[in-house]
Structure formats: structure tokens, C-alpha cells
Design a binder for this molecule. Structure first.
Ligand code: HEC
Ligand code: HEC
Length: 397
């Protein structure tokens, strides 16, 4: 691990070299040459340049509610552009006809850096992943790939757009997935104050608090051993699966009983056994074990990248933690402390100042490019948010 002060010195040195070059040349550097790309700080393979025609088509599909029965659910209903391409209001996602999902919708910003998808890593590629939500009864409810393709084919304009984006293939299941994946790969949002400091040679982008937080992140708190920061890039994930105590805490909460809403504002409580008897299961989440069927993978979840994390509350696979301060408290307490938890999750003894410095550092991972991506998504949305209601007929007296 590189300590913050060493790299601070390195980047200051780099900045001075740049300054010297500018002076030698005798002219100010043109603004364009200085402007870092949106991908500054990302691993190189995460910053591909997908075909712009396919990206535009994928963006239109992503925003289009007509991709589900009743024209209700688009991808963007659960990956809301203005909410960091996640959902801020609810812990676990709600899909078609109000059916609820057991997991929190992750952000799609920088999703191109992910090597496996979903909290349990069960999908190997973006092209494969899209069929999860497109087909699932609880999400967009198309049932089969053929039904999804038929639905898109019926919407005016898409056949032509697909022929333009994929001249030899037109609209097929493969090109539908490819267009959505191309758009997702274009959601590049790095170049944060942290990236400009660490990889852009700009010593002044991090506040003193964020700078101290970075040192705690890489040092005393050991966060970077899973949320990786490397020499020339930071994915802020190790692409692996760990038990950080969240699964065991939510299992313990479930055992204490459930609050069930009977009518708005009216709740009754059910015991765990009653829920299992009535529904056949308790909606438990065993994490990676659900995919690998290996006992040792129980409660292991994918390490999320922490890029733009200040925009994507609530946190963890079940959305059980509302704010970054509480995430830090969870780690500082040493997680749930149960047997089987990753040994790196242990009481950290952080001071209040160190905790707030860590939060300041996490805020410095927010990319200035997110607002542009959100605005582009809305500008392209082809479905009106509200359908025109039939105008009421004047009542005859
Ligand atoms: C009903 C809400 C909902 C809808 C609609 C939805 N998603 Fe998701 N999405 C989720 C949830 C919840 C997860 C996490 C599920 C899990 O881990 O098992 C997820 C996970 C993902 C992931 C994995 C990200 C990662 O880092 O692992 C991708 C990619 C994704 N969705 C893309 C899409 C696309 C593309 C669409 C539209 C075709 C879509 N989603 C529609 C709720 C939704
Ligand atoms: C042993 C590996 C490991 C270590 C060490 C670790 N994390 Fe995590 N982190 C994870 C995993 C795995 C998750 C996802 C857990 C889940 O979804 O239930 C996570 C989730 C998070 C989240 C929530 C992100 C989101 O989008 O929901 C934040 C914030 C976070 N970690 C910050 C930190 C900080 C700060 C530290 C140091 C104090 C730290 N992590 C140390 C593995 C680790």
C-alpha cells in the first residue's frame, strides 16, 4: 500500500514537471489538453469506447417503460439516473405490479469495470445480465427472450434503429442485449477529486479531511485491502466475495419477527415461524452460496466499487444501512462479529475524527460527470412519464 503522503509528494512532483514544461514552452497549456477524461482513475479495460449509435439505442431502450407489460417498468425505474443510477428511496427494489425484490439495486455507473454481475456474481457479462431483469416476473416480466424481442419489435421505430445500429443483424435477442450493454459500458464516471489528486497530478483537489481519510482508508482501517487502490488506477473493488457481517445481522433481525402492513399505517407483527409457514420461505439471502452452492460462500457478497458511493444510499446488498456514517460505524464495531466473518472485519478503534475523515474521503469519490450522464438519459427518454388521460365527457343533465 502506498501511503498518502508519498503519493501526494509524487503527484506534486508530477505537477511541478508539468508546470516546468509549460514554462519552457512559454505558452499556457490549452484547456483541452488539461481537461482529464471522464475515465481518469479507472482500470484501462473499463474505459472502452462503445459504438455511439449502439449507445444511443441502448440508452433509449434503458429509459423505455414500454419494454414491460402495462408500459410500467424500464431499467431506469430501479437504476434511476438522478439517483446515481440506483434507487435512494428504498432499501430493496420494487418491480412489476409492486412485487418486491430482496436486494438493493446497485449503481450502474462504471459498471464496465465489474468482472461479474449481481451481488452474488452469478452473471458473467452485461450481455448475459440484461435477461435477468427483462425476463423476471418481479422485474420487467417478459418471460422469454422471444417475447421481449416481440415487444420491442412492436414499438414504432425500433426495427429501423436496430437496422442502423446492427446493419447485418437488425433486431434480435443478441442485438437487444448488445445495445443495452453498450449503453451500460458508456456510463463512465470517474475523474473524481480523488482521481485528479492521485492520477491526475493535481495536489489541490482533495480537502485536508479527505486526504487524512484516504490515509485511514489505506492504513489503519484496512479498507483498501478489499476496495482496491492501485498504482495507476483504482477500481475500489477486489472483484471478490466476502462476509462482512451484513448477512448474519439481517438473518438475526428476521428471526426477531416481521412487521407486516395490513393497510396504510396499520401494522401487525408475525413471528419468523409464521412467515415460513405462510410463504414457504423467509426471503433469506445466502449471498454467493445461492450461485455456487458451496457452504463456505454463505453470506459472501461482491465487494462493490465505492466510486460515486455518496450518491447511492442506502447501502449493502439489502440496503440495510442508510448512511455512510453508519457504514463506517459497522466496520468500526467489527461487523457482526460472528464466526465465518472475514478476519479483516474486526474492531478498528477509530476516533470520531478518523470516522469523519473517512466519510470526507468517500465523498471525494464522486465524479463530476454523473449529472451529464443523467441529463443525457432523460433527454433521450422516448416514453412520456404520464400518459394522456382520455378527456372526461361533459355530464348530461
Ligand atoms: C425492479 C427493479 C429493477 C429493474 C427494472 C432493473 N434492475 Fe437491474 N438490478 C436490480 C437489482 C435489485 C439488482 C441486484 C440483484 C442481485 O444482485 O441479485 C440489479 C442488478 C443489476 C446489474 C448488476 C450490477 C452489478 O454491479 O453487479 C446490472 C448490470 C443491471 N441490474 C442492469 C439492469 C438493466 C440493463 C435493466 C433493464 C433491462 C435493469 N437492470 C432493470 C433491480 C432492477
Ligand atoms: C473484507 C473485505 C472488505 C473490507 C476490509 C472492507 N469492505 Fe467495504 N464492503 C465489502 C463488501 C463485500 C461489501 C458489500 C457487502 C454487502 O453487500 O452486504 C462492502 C460494502 C461497502 C460499502 C457499501 C457500498 C454500497 O454501494 O452499498 C461501503 C460504503 C464500504 N464497504 C466501505 C468500506 C470502508 C470505509 C472500509 C474500511 C473501514 C471497508 N469498506 C472495508 C468488503 C470489504
Amino acid at each position: 500500500m502506498v501511503s498518502a503522503s508519498v503519493s501526494g509528494t509524487a503527484s506534486r512532483a508530477a505537477a511541478m514537471v508539468l508546470l516546468a514544461l509549460t514554462i519552457v514552452a512559454g505558452v499556457a497549456m490549452p484547456a483541452a489538453a488539461r481537461k482529464p477524461s471522464a475515465g481518469l482513475g479507472l482500470p484501462p479495460d473499463a474505459v472502452s469506447a462503445p459504438d455511439p449509435v449502439r449507445v444511443a439505442l441502448g440508452r433509449r431502450l434503458f429509459m423505455d417503460r414500454r419494454l414491460s407489460p402495462n408500459d410500467t417498468m424500464s431499467c431506469a425505474m430501479c437504476h434511476v439516473p438522478e439517483q446515481g443510477f440506483a434507487v435512494n428511496e428504498i432499501a430493496t427494489a420494487v418491480g412489476l405490479e409492486g412485487r418486491s425484490l430482496k436486494r438493493n439495486a446497485p449503481t450502474l455507473l462504471n459498471v464496465g469495470l465489474q468482472r461479474t454481475l449481481f451481488h452474488d456474481g452469478r452473471s458473467p457479462s452485461l450481455e448475459d445480465q440484461v435477461w435477468g431483469p427483462l425476463l423476471a416476473r418481479e422485474e420487467m416480466g417478459n418471460g422469454t427472450k422471444a417475447a421481449a424481442v416481440r415487444r420491442v419489435a412492436r414499438i414504432p421505430g425500433y426495427r429501423q434503429r436496430f437496422r442502423k445500429a446492427f446493419p447485418d443483424r437488425g433486431l434480435t435477442a443478441g442485438t437487444l442485449a448488445a445495445a443495452l450493454a453498450a449503453y451500460e459500458r458508456s456510463l463512465v464516471a470517474a475523474d473524481s477529486p480523488f482521481d485528479r489528486f492521485r492520477y491526475g497530478g493535481d495536489p489541490d483537489t482533495l480537502s485536508p479531511a479527505a486526504l487524512r481519510g484516504l490515509a485511514v482508508f489505506e492504513g489503519k482501517a484496512g479498507c483498501a485491502s478489499c476496495h482496491r487502490v492501485d498504482g495507476d488506477h483504482a477500481s475500489l473493488t477486489d472483484h471478490a466475495f466476502h462476509d462482512t457481517g451484513i448477512g448474519s445481522l439481517s438473518r438475526a433481525r428476521r428471526k426477531q419477527g416481521y412487521a407486516v402492513q395490513l393497510a396504510p399505517g396499520e401494522f401487525t407483527s408475525l413471528r419468523h415461524e409464521e412467515v415460513v409457514a405462510a410463504f414457504g420461505n423467509d426471503d433469506a439471502d445466502d449471498g454467493r452460496q445461492e450461485h455456487t452452492r458451496r457452504l463456505e460462500d454463505r453470506d459472501r457478497f461482491k465487494t462493490p466499487s465505492l466510486r460515486n458511493v455518496a450518491l447511492t444510499a442506502p447501502y449493502m446488498h439489502d440496503g440495510s444501512i442508510a448512511a455512510l456514517e453508519e457504514v463506517i460505524d459497522h466496520y468500526d464495531r467489527g461487523g457482526s462479529g460472528h464466526a465465518g466473518q472475514d478476519p479483516r472485519i474486526r474492531p478498528l478503534g477509530l476516533t470520531n475524527a478518523e470516522k469523519s475523515d473517512l466519510v470526507a474521503f468517500l465523498h471525494a469519490l464522486t465524479s463530476p460527470h454523473v449529472t451529464t450522464l443523467a441529463a443525457e438519459a432523460r433527454a433521450d427518454a422516448s416514453t412520456p412519464v404520464f400518459r394522456a388521460l382520455p378527456s372526461p365527457r361533459p355530464k348530461k343533465r
